[in-house]
Design a protein around this ligand. Structure first.
Ligand SMILES: CC(=O)CC(=O)SCCNC(=O)CCNC(=O)[C@H](O)C(C)(C)COP(=O)(O)OP(=O)(O)OC[C@H]1O[C@@H](n2cnc3c(N)ncnc32)[C@H](O)[C@@H]1OP(=O)(O)O
Length: 442
């Protein structure tokens, strides 16, 4: 019996900002962002959009496009680091939005018996949800699970993370009928607790923490959804963890140079060119190349063989990321869609080809695993139109972008939007304070 991904859908924010507009206004050379990091457009949410609406859109599309009976879904596990609430999972919001739309066809609360939860480990939370759901269907091969990756990658204005912002969601159906990709049960894992990128809920002033026990800190600052991070250190942690997880994968599979047998390599992409910048280390170790000094590292990155390797095995995965930006948990899934959509458009035959996945989540963990493209993959991909749909987004100017970022707009840029939207947040009623209410516009 085989297990893996049976179907997949996605959703991206309805707005975008041209990266060159951001570069100009921040005094950054556009070529650094476009040619150095591979950024072209930044997907950005409108006033009514958030991680819950992205997830709901991807979930509804999955159900409709592949004619899924929602009552047959045993679980919906959602990976996110943009949770809207510290107790009520974002998955429950998405589930309820979709239930309402499906009510006419499937009756009230079609997910009544569905196990719904969020999983959080920065950008790797949805890979964890996939791993866990694969284990679930291996034990229960007659059951189906849905994994959703949904995030809004927001950084402080004018910070070094700002140009990598983005958002969106990918939903995948996990089952014993893996029409898209069959996933093998070998997981290279590497974990180390570090502070490379994190979102502390409360920050206590240091001197207050030194008070005698029982003295509560006087000043508590609440952080917003923007992370605390050290960019170059996070790159190093990413590189270290994927190396360790890749080595673990080699250890448990006994495979020699596994990356060579992978037709494509799919990574978590915090920005489009990240994977090609960090894979130089594993590539050098596997090929006996010196990788000590910055000069040696540059020489590997610029070598003809490495450039060819990137063009053959990595470039296609970067294309969607260049147009969207970071989607945290969904980035690795969108990179997979980017490869499969491009291969589909170019009429490439992928059946039976092996793909390697290298996930990363700050804080920090990496998982390395592999899958085999299924015979039916083209039927699954024929429901997507990733690159054409990206062209239908609305461009915003820098002023609008800054207002959206600062939450200064009260009405949506696209007032007549279609689909799910946040209607209001309850602020008065003390027993419902903070409750979020959504609607669906046809
Ligand atoms: C957050 C997650 O999602 C989890 C993770 O993956 S952690 C790892 C990634 N971390 C992050 O994304 C955190 C947020 N982002 C950041 O902190 C930063 O955007 C970043 C660390 C990702 C990049 O930092 P930066 O200082 O802006 O860029 P830098 O690392 O100097 O790279 C710029 C590149 O552009 C190139 N460049 C500069 N000017 C150029 C020009 N005019 N023309 C062409 N290329 C140019 C540089 O040569 C360099 O490329 P190479 O090293 O490949 O040669």
């Amino acid at each position: 019996m085989t297990f893996g991904i049976e179907a997949a859908s996605y959703h991206v924010p309805s707005l975008y900002l041209e990266i060159k507009d951001l570069a100009e206004r921040r005094g950054i050379e556009p070529a650094k962002l476009e040619k150095g990091l591979g950024l072209h457009k930044m997907g950005f949410p409108d006033v009514h959009e958030d991680a819950a609406t992205f997830a709901a859109e991807a979930l509804l599309k999955l159900i409709k496009d592949y004619h899924i009976n929602p009552k047959e879904i045993a679980r919906i596990y959602l990976g996110t680091e943009s949770a809207l609430d510290a107790a009520k999972p974002t998955a429950s919001y998405a589930m309820q939005m979709v239930e309402k739309v499906l009510e006419e066809q499937f009756g009230e609360r079609c997910f009544r018996n569905c196990d719904v939860v969020d999983l959080t480990f920065a950008c790797i939370g949805a890979v964890d949800a996939l791993h866990n759901s694969l284990d679930f269907v291996r034990v229960n091969p007659d059951k189906k699970a849905i994994v959703i990756a949904s995030d809004y990658a927001k950084y402080e204005l004018a910070s070094s993370g700002e140009y990598t912002q983005g958002g969106g969601a990918v939903a995948v159906l996990v089952s014993s009928k893996p029409d898209l990709i069959e996933i093998e049960n070998n997981w290279g894992v590497a974990t180390e607790s570090v502070f490379d990128f994190f979102k502390p809920r409360r920050h206590f002033k240091k001197e207050n923490l030194n008070n005698a026990p029982g003295n509560f800190p006087e000043k508590i600052e609440i952080f917003t959804d923007e992370p605390v991070f050290d960019g170059q250190y996070s790159n190093q942690c990413y590189q270290d963890r994927i190396r360790e997880a890749y080595n673990h994968y080699k250890e448990i599979t006994g495979k020699n140079k596994p990356y060579e047998s992978w037709k494509y390599l799919i990574f978590h992409l915090p920005y489009a060119f990240h994977s090609k910048r960090v894979f130089t280390e594993i590539y050098s170790l596997e090929n006996g190349l010196s990788y000590e000094t910055p000069e040696e590292q540059k020489a590997v990155a610029k070598s003809e063989a490495y450039i060819q390797f990137i063009n053959d095995k990595i470039e296609k995965s970067q294309r969607a990321s260049s147009e969207i930006g970071n989607i945290y948990t969904a980035s690795i899934f969108m990179a997979m869609l980017s490869v499969l959509q491009t291969s589909f458009n170019e009429n490439e035959e992928l059946t039976g080809k092996e793909i390697g996945f290298l996930g990363y989540g700050s804080g920090s963990k990496s998982k390395v695993f592999a899958g085999k493209v299924s015979e039916n993959w083209k039927n699954v991909v024929s429901k997507w139109n990733v690159f054409e749909e990206l062209k239908s987004r609305t461009a915003i100017n820098f002023e609008t972008y800054e207002k959206l970022h600062r939450k200064q707009l009260e009405t949506s840029v696209n007032e007549n939007y279609k689909g799910f939207g946040l209607k209001y947040v309850e602020l008065e009623n003390p027993v419902l304070k903070g409750a979020r209410y959504y609607h669906y516009q046809k």
